[in-house]
Design a protein around this ligand. Structure first.
Ligand SMILES: [Zn+2]
Length: 68
């Protein structure tokens, strides 16, 4: 029986350098016209190269915020 190993993380390892990834709360600056919003979001951050990986859900949130 194959166990369903469903992790909530979209990535286990960094797709760029295969480094270890940790989930962090990061601040993302969103510019929309004259307004700039700061959104606090969870992102998977590579400990090795610092790459931020956003989940689909988070990317959609950015888009919603930008529309405002
Ligand atoms: Zn990396």
């Amino acid at each position: 029986m194959s166990a369903m190993k469903q992790t909530k993380k979209p990535f286990d390892l960094c797709p760029f350098c295969s480094g270890e990834i940790v989930e962090k709360e990061v601040e993302k600056l969103l510019r929309g016209g004259v307004d700039t919003a700061v959104a606090k979001v969870h992102a998977d951050v590579c400990l090795h190269c610092g790459e931020r990986l956003y989940s689909q859900e988070t990317v959609r949130r950015f888009e919603r915020i930008r529309e405002k």
